[in-house]
Design a protein around this ligand. Structure first.
Ligand code: F6P
Length: 541
């Protein structure tokens, strides 16, 4: 692109009429700026766009490599160019897997075989026919993984709580903090516990250490290597490393180079979800995502949910200089969605160079944050409403719910809609003064208090209404955010599928660990050296 995005968008952003005016001028605005697909209704009318800016953004999408990159992705080209890998997570949720090959390998058959192996293990566990080394059925599964090997399954398991049907309990061990495994092992019995080590690389330190601690727990309980083999499974693309750990080949669920960690929920990394909701419901999760893929691949950009969300994101980052994006699910069950999308978006697009390694001139991914509504209303919404920051927010609300406290659901919805309305319209000084006077304040007291009650408004938000929070709709919602991130990466012309930035911290932790273990003294900057010294002193005390 010859002109930078900020140079193109900033002048337009500055001319944007206030939202109050736009709504007053166009009664049909909500209909004009809304779209629906796969049971998800998107109202994007409360965004700082008018016909002119929206046309410009549409042109931006048309001129971007989105279409071309989509075609390359589907064809299996190595669009993850720095790692020379295809990007085929969408294939994992496809129903028709015939004639699907990559580099001469029958991928369709491999995906089917993996699904069948997962399903068989789940059936065995559900029927309490998986027997442990002391002859008792397995009652607990510990899933060991981190990043993309944890966030997706943990979020989806939580989101689909009303669909849980497993007699087996599930536990997640991600953080290397020993408190995690320590708590888990205190509560469980190795004889009735199955451990699944989820690591595409089988080289991630956190996962390895947690897996080793769990293996030690078995050994301490008298389990020999064959007992351990019976109780340990893995999902990994590094069969050799898993085998070296002591996991037999029959207990390895495959992963492939063409699935990125943060896009891997649809592979055997989704095992915890399938375990908890059952194989049929898991298939529905895949179907929802596959339908969103079809919507994304075949719908004109003006009606295309991922493209719309992506353009709005680019508009705020490059046009308005926004650095953050709030994700506010008005659903207790979706409370982990922000952490999941954090990795999806920030690890994918938090980059400073383009696909060819040249410095990017425009800012990219936002800081994603948020939590379940209405909790946030009593915490950080104050900043959303009255600070000088502009933080675009996505509000997500399922329409149908599984519980029967319907009045509470109405109240939840009322708060969700009220927040978007308040952010959009704000409260003027005149309105605030009138309110104070109506409450019986003197003119002097009203004049003193009113400025504190002013909300500038004109703060943008999207509202996404899910018909319900079913496996199907969750699948569609996740795929929607995946494709949004994909489109933004295409517009910024960067590689959304690598994550080299996380390596430096990993590299530096090695020598520091050596120093903390007292094995070397190392050569560190003065701050790091003093931190190490404090740690060692506390150990010696
Ligand atoms: O360190 C980042 C990362 O590579 C993520 O991209 C990935 O999801 C996570 O670590 C876990 O990787 P693995 O599945 O190989 O253990």
């Amino acid at each position: 692109m010859s002109i930078t995005l900020s140079a193109l968008l900033q002048p337009l952003a500055q001319q944007q009429p206030p939202l109050r005016e736009l709504f007053a001028a166009e009664p049909g605005r909500a209909k004009r700026f809304s779209a629906k697909a796969c049971g998800i209704y998107l109202d994007y009318s409360k965004n700082l766009i008018d016909e002119q800016s929206w046309q410009t953004l549409q042109q931006l999408a048309a001129q971007s490599p989105i279409k071309q990159l989509c075609q390359q992705m589907q064809a299996g080209a190595a669009i993850n160019n720095t790692e020379q890998r295809a990007v085929w997570h969408t294939r994992l949720r496809q129903q028709n897997l015939s004639n699907l090959s990559l580099d001469g390998e029958d991928i369709g058959a491999a995906i089917l075989a993996c699904r069948e192996k997962m399903a068989a293990l789940i059936t065995q566990l559900h029927q309490q026919q998986y027997i442990g080394y002391q002859g008792q059925p397995i009652t607990d599964v510990v899933w060991v993984g981190i990043g993309g090997s944890l966030l997706g399954p943990q979020m989806a398991v939580e989101a689909l709580t009303p669909y849980h049907c497993s007699p087996v309990k599930l536990h997640f061990a991600g953080n290397i903090d020993g408190a995690v495994v320590s708590d888990i092992t205190q509560a469980l019995n190795p004889a009735t516990t199955l451990v699944i080590v989820a690591s595409k690389s089988f080289g991630t330190e956190e996962t390895k250490q947690n897996a080793l601690a769990l293996r030690q727990w078995f050994q301490d309980a008298g389990a020999d290597s064959s007992a351990i083999a019976q109780h340990f499974w893995a999902t990994s693309s590094n069969i050799q490393a898993a085998a070296d750990f002591g996991i037999i080949e029959q207990h390895i669920l495959p992963m492939w180079d063409w699935v990125g960690g943060r896009y891997s929920l649809w592979s055997a990394i989704g095992f915890p979800v399938a375990l908890m909701i059952g194989n049929d419901a898991f298939a529905q999760l895949l179907n929802g995502a596959a339908d969103m893929d079809q919507h994304f691949f075949s719908t004109p950009f003006s009606e295309n949910l991922p493209v719309i969300l992506a353009l709005l994101g680019v508009w705020y980052i490059n046009g308005f200089g926004c650095q953050a994006q709030a994700l506010l699910p008005y659903s207790h069950y979706l409370r982990l969605l922000p952490s999941y999308v954090q990795q999806l978006d920030m690890e994918s697009n938090g980059k400073s160079v383009d696909r060819a390694g040249h410095a990017l001139t425009d800012a990219t991914a936002p800081v994603i944050w948020g939590d379940a509504g209405t909790n946030g209303q009593h915490a950080y919404h104050q900043l959303l409403h009255q600070s000088q920051l502009k933080v675009p927010a996505d509000f997500i609300l399922p329409l149908q719910v599984s519980h029967n406290l319907s009045d509470q659901h109405q109240r939840l919805a009322a708060h969700c809609f009220a927040q978007t309305q308040a952010l959009m319209q704000g409260k003027t000084l005149q309105e605030a003064t009138a309110e104070c006077l109506a409450q019986g304040l003197s003119e002097q007291a009203a004049a003193a208090l009113a400025p504190h009650k002013v909300s500038p408004g004109n703060k943008p938000s999207n509202t996404l209404l899910l018909d319900e929070l079913s496996p199907y709709h969750l699948g569609a919602l996740i795929a929607l955010y995946e494709h949004k991130v994909f489109c933004q990466g295409a517009i910024w012309e960067l590689n959304s599928f690598d994550q080299w930035g996380v390596e430096l911290g990993k590299q530096l932790s090695g020598p520091i660990y050596q120093a903390l273990s007292g094995k070397t003294s190392g050569n560190f900057d003065s701050s790091t050296a003093r931190l190490i010294a404090h740690f060692l002193e506390s150990r010696a005390a």
